[in-house]
Design a protein around this ligand. Structure first.
Ligand code: NI
Length: 252
């Protein structure tokens, strides 16, 4: 049974250059049903759409990642708008705020807000990145109220409750299997499964026992197993419900 829906992947990454096609062809049909590749700039958004055109089970989000912004990014929004009209584009992503790196915050906020407006205009969900920027991310989400996913959720239970209250979903990946994942475990325990979706962020963040290795969508089975332990249910139930959730978010 193919029950794994990976809501957030980066198969455009160079880490997959040697075996991308063999890998995707193999995992689709051996556990994985659906992958949504996330764009980080115009080039990777196009790449994701090419993959999506190649495989029935692959879809693409198109967007500008806060870490990838530069002086041309505001001009790139027009191209993202064009790409978003491709029938296999299902979301605007990966977009958001990243205060870990030294990228001008005013530029990050302006691009984020303009891409949220684009998502609203096109009636599409979003996939949001928030690293060390919880306060500003929440302020913007409260104001714009997009549909979609807060990916690789790293905030508190209180923040998770507010995100769910805004109608959004919480993206949980390999981090929940890490030894030091106390906060993520607490979020998984407190938030209803109906509001959780699974993801890899591959090639990064492989779950234990593959931590540090190249991640891929098939490894979501380990993430699901850990969530099942935390919630006291079966891994199958976790995969089943999160798949339904993901289909609802991405309108698939
Ligand atoms: Ni990502």
């Amino acid at each position: 049974m193919n029950m794994i829906f990976d809501t957030h992947a980066h198969y455009d990454d160079a880490a997959f250059d040697a075996d991308r096609d063999e890998l995707i062809a193999h995992i689709l049909g051996s556990g994985v049903c659906t992958i949504v590749n996330q764009g980080t700039d115009v080039r990777t958004s196009r790449f994701g759409l090419q993959l999506a055109e190649q495989y029935d089970g692959v879809f693409a989000a198109v967007g500008l990642h806060p870490e990838c912004l530069d002086e041309n990014s505001l001009n790139d929004i027009e191209e993202i708008r064009r790409l978003a009209k491709n029938p296999k584009a299902v979301a605007i992503g990966e977009i958001g705020l990243d205060y870990h790196y030294d990228i001008p915050r005013e530029l990050q906020k302006e691009v984020f807000v303009r891409l949220l407006a684009l998502a609203e205009e096109l009636d599409m969900p979003v996939n949001i990145h928030d690293r060390e920027a919880h306060g500003d991310t929440l302020d913007i989400l409260r104001k714009y109220r997009p549909k979609g996913i807060l990916h690789c959720f790293s905030g508190s239970v209180e923040m998770a409750r507010e995100i769910v209250g805004l109608g959004m979903y919480i993206g949980i990946g390999g981090v929940v299997t890490f030894k030091n994942a106390r906060k993520t475990v607490e979020v998984v325990r407190e938030i209803p499964l109906e509001r959780i979706v699974l993801e890899t962020d591959c090639p990064y963040l492989a779950p234990v026992p593959f931590r540090g290795k190249r991640n891929d969508s098939s490894m979501i089975s380990y993430t699901a197993q850990r969530i099942a332990e935390i919630k006291g249910i079966t891994a199958e139930e976790v995969l089943n419900t999160t798949k339904t959730n993901a289909e609802r978010v991405y309108n698939l």
